[in-house]
Design a protein around this ligand. Structure first.
Ligand code: GP9
Ligand code: MN
Length: 405
């Protein structure tokens, strides 16, 4: 009821971070092109596999003056995988603990990023070459007030254009840019890539680097599909430049969730040359975040500790859109008041000095268990925050905020 909402709102207000005046509105009026990078983890960035660069294009972006690359950024998804990442980025709220919120709460009222962008004159969409009902997207996108879903029916999948789960990323981005040219501007769209999906299979002609040779076929092939996805992002940038859309857009790209599960710890340990502990498993939940602002010139590699929850306020502030009244769990990464604290859906968390996993408090620097006192205050905060997010979703509390906004 209303009193629950007040309690949650008080918590959220107390954690609000004022935008950085230098960044607020830095991309005002521009199109926003989000790219959900399927299963991309940060460990491959600026790394090599037997001397082969795995992500040459993304690596070049980490050194690009128009790009902010966040190397200390975590996914916060649960069982809803890609759909959870979409939910988090749209709402700055947590998904569900034991299932996909896209299925369980698609009838709720939300105050999504797409809705806010729509209110600010944007045409909003998602582009993804899969069936529209997968993850219940067709229904949830209505609740999120997304204007249009370019699903598999919007694409022409010619001979040799599909592998693994469906359309290959390169023809997908090529056709997506063609459709972007027809969108009313300013627009916001989210491209959801697919080729780098378990079980990471690829046609031989698309293998640009060899497979790895551990006991895990999954990890062995992962490097090759990541390399292919990286190539598709290069194609995306080139085609955006050719289309004339590039200069008046920003491109925000993030890994949606892990690709290599803990079942492959042994192979992962061989690649990273260390034994994988629960501490390392938390660190392996890092996914890349790139914010590319053509012409900006003052980008950098940032090690600010942040998570997917922070994307919504960060991007809205870049566009000069206020979030002071929003029921959001994240905060603007560029804000001087941004709090370095990332909570996972399962209760694990990361702070500046500690990592908490399976009731053990680890020292961030050594990776060794430490006095639980260092984690204690954050354990309560994590429980509170997850609980408040659940309260909002289970009680459909945002329906009470609609009228007075
Ligand atoms: C399917 C794609 C992959 O449409 O988003 O889903 P995932 O299995 O990663 O959640
Ligand atoms: Mn996914």
């Amino acid at each position: 009821d209303g009193s629950e909402l007040t309690e949650v709102a008080n918590y959220i207000n107390a954690n609000y971070a004022e935008p950085n005046p230098e960044m607020f509105g830095a991309a005002k009026g521009r199109n926003v092109i989000f790219v959900s990078l399927e299963s991309l983890q940060s460990f491959v960035i600026n790394n090599d596999m037997k001397g082969h660069e795995i992500t040459p294009f993304l690596n070049s972006l980490t050194k690009d003056p128009d790009t902010f690359y966040f190397n200390n950024f975590y996914h916060q998804t649960g069982l809803g995988k890609t759909s959870d990442s979409e939910f988090i980025v749209e709402n700055s709220l947590y998904g569900r603990n034991g299932g996909a919120v896209f299925f369980t709460n698609s009838g709720n009222t939300y105050n999504s990023m797409s809705e806010k962008l729509g209110d600010n004159g944007y045409f909003t969409s998602v582009m993804h070459a899969n069936n529209r009902s997968f993850w219940n997207r067709d229904i949830m996108y209505q609740a999120l007030k997304i204007d249009k879903f370019y699903d598999v029916e919007s694409y022409e999948i010619g001979e040799g254009d599909a592998v693994n789960w469906g359309m290959k990323d390169i023809p997908f981005v090529e056709q997506s840019v063609e459709m972007m040219k027809e969108m009313p501007q300013p627009f916001s769209t989210r491209l959801i890539t697919l080729t780098n999906h378990h079980p990471f299979t690829l046609d031989e002609e698309d293998m640009m680097i060899p497979a790895y040779d551990s006991n895990s076929r999954t990890l062995n092939q992962y490097f090759q599909t990541v390399r292919y996805m990286d190539e598709s992002i290069k194609v995306l940038f080139n085609n955006l430049k050719e289309s004339g859309l590039y200069d008046n857009s920003i491109i925000v790209m993030y890994g949606d969730h892990y690709g290599i599960s803990e079942n492959h710890n042994k192979a992962m340990g061989m690649y990273l040359e260390k034994e994988i502990t629960p501490f390392d498993n938390v660190e392996l939940q890092k996914v890349p975040l790139f914010i590319h602002i053509p012409g900006y010139g003052k980008g950098e590699v940032s090690d600010e500790l942040a998570g997917q929850m922070d994307v919504k306020p960060t991007v809205l502030h870049l566009l000069g859109i206020d979030t002071k009244e929003d029921m959001q769990m994240g905060s603007d990464i560029f804000s001087p008041d941004h709090e370095p604290f990332v909570i996972f859906r399962d209760g694990r968390f990361v702070t500046e000095n500690t990592i908490y996993a399976h009731e053990v408090c680890y020292d961030k620097k050594t990776g060794e268990p430490t006095d639980s006192g260092a984690c204690e205050p954050y354990i309560e905060r994590a429980t509170t925050e997850l609980g408040y997010s659940d309260l909002i979703i289970n009680g459909d509390l945002l329906r009470f905020t609609e009228e007075d906004q």
